[in-house]
Structure formats: structure tokens, C-alpha cells
Ligand binder design. Sequence first.
Ligand SMILES: [Zn+2]
Ligand SMILES: [Zn+2]
Length: 300
Amino acid sequence: MLGLTILGCNSAVPSFGRNPTAQVLQTQKENFLIDCGEGTQMQMAKWNIRRSKVTRIFISHLHGDHYFGLIGLINSMSLLNRTQDLHLYGPKELEEIIGIQMRVANSHLSFKLFFHPILEEGILVDDNSMTISTFNVKHRIECRGFLFREKKKPRSVNGEQVRAYGIPVSFYEKLQEGQDYTNKEGTVIPNEVLTRPGIRAKSYAYCADTVYDETIIDKVRGVDLLYHETTYLKANEDRAQMHFHSTTTQAATIAQKAEVKKLIIGHFSSRYEKLDEFLIETRSVFKDSVLAQEGTCYKI
Ligand SMILES: [Zn+2]
Ligand SMILES: [Zn+2]
């Protein structure tokens, strides 16, 4: 199971108690930090997100509201004597930015920081549990979304049944792969009797900052949870277009056309204090929508 905790749901300027963009995708083993606006490490402390569990950080683009908290977080990790590797994915210029900040402060990290420049769409991480890929979105500067897909879990052995049928432990792995068991008498015991289905693999797509762009639809089709920015209400569609951002109904249209299960909206402009209208407008097009609220963990 995955959980998404929102640490910042506002756009450029922090306002009305809302912070710039940051969110954490939590798996059982590790935390993935997605964007790291100013104040992210304070938000992590406030909402009990463990820095030590963060293994990978993904930065969508180099507008300050998406990475100004990064050097502070990295610095704190080092001051706390982190030893575990940290993997950072982002636009290639980010390496130089961090390098300058470290060099002029004569800082040396207590851990290994591996920087992975994102140069094109494609797979960034592919391990036993998950595939993480990146895709282009259309923004004022180069900007990318991220797609997290869990790997399908194997079937699990049904303890009661395997004992009842006397299945040897050495055969458990084959059971998880879906094989039937044939006993000494030649009787076949079907796999479904001896195992339970694995938990369904889940998926999450983060679209970062983007103008309304129908090329996103195929890239995020059918995901369990889609994050799409809604910087503006519907009445400000022209403004959204001009600044390469989206409105409520545009985000909802992408969610609807991509047939996702659930939509979460965020990156609210600091011109809006109350957000009720955002939800009303979004739900008028795509019913299963929620507002990104800081500190809330959305189970996927
Ligand atoms: Zn932004
Ligand atoms: Zn931006």
C-alpha cells in the first residue's frame, strides 16, 4: 500500500498558512520526497515524516517554489550524521546549484549524494518493488511529472491450507509463483486452494506545474491517484494559459479522460484564501476529487 502526505499545497508565495509544493510518497520500506519547496523540512518535522526514511528525492523543475527547501534539508541530514545514500533526480542544472551552495559554505556531506540528471522521458528507477518514470509536461520552463507504479505482488501462502495438505516448505516459493502441487499419490491440489491473491499493485502520478495538456492523458491513464495542479479557478482560464498553469475544470477533464480512480488538486494561487470553490468546480467535472491538504495522508 502507498500513502501520499502533502507537505505544501500552495503555489509560488506561501500564504494563508499554506506552504509551497512538497509531498511524500510513503511505501512500507521508504519515503520518496516529491519536490521540496521552502519550509519542507519544517513540515516534515511537524507531520512526523522521518528524514532518515527518505531514500530518493524528485524535483520537477527549477522554479523556487519546488526546490528552495532542498539545500536546507540536505544540510540537516548531514548535520544529523546521516550515512545512508541519498538519490536525487532533477533538471541537470540542479547539480551545479547544489555544488555552489556546498562549495562556498565549505560543507562536506556525511553521506553519499547521487545526482541523476533528468534528460528525457523514461524510467528512473526499476527495482523489486516499484517502477518510477518521468514524463514531460508543458510549463514556462522545462518541467516533468513523475509516475510511481508498484510491482505486482506474488500470491501469498495460505498457512492453514498448506499445513492441512502437508505441503513442504521448499515448495512455498513455487506456490507464490502460481504453481499447483502434486502429492505422492498423484493428486493435484490447485494453487488457488493453497494461496491467497497478492495485494493489487497501486500507482500514483504527479503532474507538477503544467498548462492544460492533453498529451498527459495517455501518460497517466488509469492510475489510482492523480495529482494535478489547479493554480486558478475556472474564471481565470486566460490567466492560467498565460502563466502555463491549469484551472479546476481543466485538471478534472484530464482526470476524467485518463479514467483515473481519484484526483487530488493543489498548487493553489495565493490570491485565494478559501478553497471551497476549487473543490466544487473540480467535482462538477470529476466527482472523485479531493483538495490537497497539508498534513493529510491520502491512502492509495
Ligand atoms: Zn509552482
Ligand atoms: Zn513552476
